[in-house]
Design a protein around this ligand. Structure first.
Ligand SMILES: [Ca+2]
Ligand SMILES: [Zn+2]
Length: 124
């Protein structure tokens, strides 16, 4: 009986740690949290990837612009393109995959956004 009690306490502790500290989330790419996506966000994410600065969980969620659960060079490369007006953030919805030989066409189930991969390489 005592063992069950300890397991309950352990489960409760796990749940409370899993809850987000801050309920307020920054928007995609806005690692600095000022409501805009600027070169400052790009620098911040790059510095984090180079281990020159730390980011909070809320900042990390915003910094993960491609939504793969990691913050790495892909994210600041996408951010750089967006800041320079040369690209957009990838949408974070579910994709349908159509395979035609080596060509994979991904279509967003919600907004219809499409991108294509050939032999695992992004081509557009
Ligand atoms: Ca990422
Ligand atoms: Zn979408």
């Amino acid at each position: 009986m005592k063992r069950v009690f300890y397991i309950c306490i352990a489960a409760l502790l796990l749940v409370s740690f899993a809850l987000p500290v801050s309920a307020e989330a920054f928007s995609q790419g806005d690692a600095s949290g000022d409501g805009k996506v600027t070169a400052m966000d790009y620098m911040l994410v790059k510095r984090y990837v180079l281990r020159k600065t730390e980011l909070t969980d809320v900042q990390l969620a915003a910094a993960d612009v491609n939504g793969d659960g990691k913050v790495n060079p892909y994210d600041y490369m996408i951010l750089k393109r967006v800041v320079l007006g040369k690209g957009e953030f990838p949408c974070l919805h579910d994709y349908d995959e159509t395979v035609v030989g080596n060509l994979h066409i991904f279509t967003c189930k919600k907004c219809g956004h499409q991108y294509e991969e050939f032999d695992g390489q992004l081509i557009g």
